[in-house]
Design a protein around this ligand. Sequence first.
Ligand code: R5P
Length: 311
Amino acid sequence: MIKLFSGTANIKLAVQVSKVLNIPLSQSEVVRFEDSEVRVRVLEKVKDKTCAIIQPTSNPSDPRIMELLFFCDALKRSEAKKIIAIIPYFGYSRQNIQHREGEAVSAHVIINLLESVGFDEVFTFDIHDEASQGIFSVPFKNLSAMPILAKEIKDYLKTQKIPLSKVTVVSPDQGGVEKARLFGQALFNKMDFHLAVAEKKRDLEHIHQSFALDLFGDVKGKTAILVDDIITSGGTLLNAAHLCFDKGAKRILVAVVHHDFSSQAPSKIQNSDIEKFFTTDTIPLKDYQKFPKMKKISVAPVIADALKPYL
Ligand code: R5P
């Protein structure tokens, strides 16, 4: 039987996965010292076992990454047969290329670290750039929360009596088109649906600054559903939402997989004309990040499904 461990980043999600799989969460000990170092200890026999460890590397990314790496080392030293990293939110995935001369390609470094410490397989959700898969030399599964987000929104549209013929799926930037398409296919159950794309430009000299220049596609009189992988400052979504309203959209819903919120983002969304914000629990939600327009859907069943072959 697989041994399922949780790091400290999202214990609630790990507990849910263990409940869906009907297996106990394996015991471990994570200690943080006053000098900020962390110590990880596995408290179960894992010799010759397949082990999985759930740990999103969301804010604060670096301590969570170190903890994940130490889990792998602890499991290896305890002679686990196979070690799977389940990283629901893959921190640093946006630093996947040199956006400007002289920059580190941090996603590449993280992948190298995961492999060199000894992970045999890595799962994540809706990684920022699918092409990052090419960096891995161990098996990598990019799970998707788009189908569960689409199902939830379909139910919401029904309660609001909004027909699918009055819906346009919108990507808030050029890079997100494939993800929006994945969401749309799950929502409409076909390839052929209204898709619009906002043209976004980033100001690379200033963090969290972006501008929506134009919108391609038809949103007039429609309910626009903005789909993105990650939200941090909320700038990308709010700029695209304004453009949609300018181009005649009547209502705006949002589906975002990872809420990697900056401090102001929740109140910006709540106080905007966005009607409803659907997201997941790949990242744990802190109490001060909750807001009435938000609806959270758990990815636990998707993780459980991916782990079933190892039971
Ligand atoms: C970037 O291309 C991502 O897909 C998101 O659109 C972006 O990271 C969101 O960041 P923010 O909320 O700060 O605009």
